[in-house]
Structure formats: structure tokens, C-alpha cells
Design a binder for this molecule. Structure first.
Ligand code: SF4
Length: 218
């Protein structure tokens, strides 16, 4: 009971702060719920040996978040921490992505986070074209099942592979992209921001473009 009261008070405080800040809306997104079709795909990934990346993995990293998210973040592939924990974006770059999500007024549970490939490439190298192609069916299934209002790609590999183009992030950001009928916002990978903190301003300008999709939230 005390826990419930504390949570209610925290929510009321947040509402008051957001009203004071002039925020007249709250993102209406669903907390994670069991989603059998997604869980079936996750099971398929756990035993997948469609490409060589299965050989060095500790865990597959399918993705996580709300199966009804308005926003889907797509990165390149799992790193060392992600491979060890079986969860996407949990290392230092993941902490930065979490801050970005929180700055949008959301939590990780209200968005969906995944990668182009579900197994860690050795030494964190960029996934090879045949690996990206082998793994693509899983991302396509995730997009089809979650049906996000908008996709935000993180880094060059994700943007290029999703949009089937070949260009640096700097040339793609700020432009209108579509995956089918889903708008795609291109921005830098959080790992890039750790090396180049000066790019945070541009990244914030990119992710602010997600806000209109949250206002119509699900
Ligand atoms: S990276 Fe994708 S295609 Fe390759 S083994 Fe892992 S799950 Fe299968």
C-alpha cells in the first residue's frame, strides 16, 4: 500500500511539473505486455543459425519494450554488454539512449528498442551485408507486429540497411524518409555521441521530430 501511495504521489508530482512546464499532453503509450506472436519470433531467434554471427554469441538480443509502442529505435547490433545480458542498449551507449528517451518524456518500457542483427558481431565490427540480409526477416516481423508510428534509426548501418541506401548519417538526418508508410527519423548512434559529444545538439534536434508522433500516442 505504501508503495502504491508513493507511486501515485510521484505521478501527481510529474503531472504538476509538466503542467508548470507548459506541457499539455502526456505520451499515451502502453507498458509492456505479453505478445505471443513477438514471443514466437523471439524464440526463433534464440535458436537461429542463419549466419556466422551465431558462432560467437552468448545470448541473442531480440529487442524489448512495448509491443504497442509509437516509437521504435533501431540500432546496428548487440555489443559486449548486450551479448552478455541478452538485452539491447544496456552498455554506456544504452545509458545515453535511455536519457534521450527520458528527455522525450518516456521510459524504455514505452518504446520498442531493437537492432538490425540480433547476435553480436566479433569485436563489434560492422555487420556484413549477408549477415544483415540473413537477419532482416526478424526486424521486418518486429515492425509488422509492433506497427510503430515512427522509426528512429541510430547510426549509419541501421539507416542504410533499413532504407536500402548508402550515405552517412550527416547526409540523411533532417530529411523525410519512409519505410513503407512509416516515417523514419535518422540520427547518430549513441556510441558516436560518446566519442563526439558535440553531436548531441544535432541528435536532440533529430529526436525532437519524434514528438508529434507521441502526441497522437497509442
Ligand atoms: S545475427 Fe540474426 S540471422 Fe545471424 S544467427 Fe543471429 S539471429 Fe540468426
Amino acid at each position: 500500500m505504501a508503495d502504491m501511495v508513493a507511486r501515485t504521489q510521484a505521478l501527481m508530482t510529474r503531472l504538476r511539473l509538466e503542467q508548470l512546464g507548459g506541457l499539455a499532453w502526456l505520451p499515451v503509450t502502453s507498458a509492456p505486455r505479453a505478445h505471443p506472436p513477438l514471443m514466437e519470433w523471439e524464440q526463433a531467434v534464440k535458436t537461429c543459425r542463419r549466419c556466422r554471427l551465431c558462432e560467437g554469441r552468448h545470448h541473442t538480443v531480440f529487442g524489448e519494450g512495448s509491443p504497442h509502442a509509437s516509437v521504435m529505435f533501431v540500432g546496428e547490433g548487440p555489443g559486449m554488454e548486450e551479448d552478455l545480458q541478452g538485452r539491447p542498449f544496456v552498455g554506456a551507449a544504452g545509458a545515453l539512449l535511455t536519457k534521450i528517451i527520458q528527455a522525450l518524456g518516456l521510459s524504455r518500457e514505452h518504446v520498442y528498442i531493437t537492432n538490425m542483427v540480433k547476435c553480436r558481431p566479433p569485436q563489434n565490427r560492422v555487420p556484413l551485408p549477408d549477415e544483415l540480409a540473413s537477419c532482416r526477416r526478424y526486424l521486418d516481423a518486429q515492425i509488422a507486429l509492433v506497427r510503430p508510428r515512427v522509426i528512429c534509426t541510430l547510426g549509419r548501418t541501421a539507416a542504410n540497411a533499413l532504407l536500402q541506401i548508402d550515405a552517412p548519417v550527416g547526409a540523411l538526418r533532417g530529411q523525410r524518409h519512409l519505410f513503407g508508410d512509416i516515417p523514419v527519423i535518422v540520427t547518430y548512434h549513441p556510441a558516436h555521441l560518446l566519442r563526439h559529444p558535440e553531436a548531441k545538439r544535432e541528435t536532440w534536434a533529430d529526436v525532437r521530430q519524434l514528438l508529434p508522433y507521441l502526441r497522437r500516442g497509442r
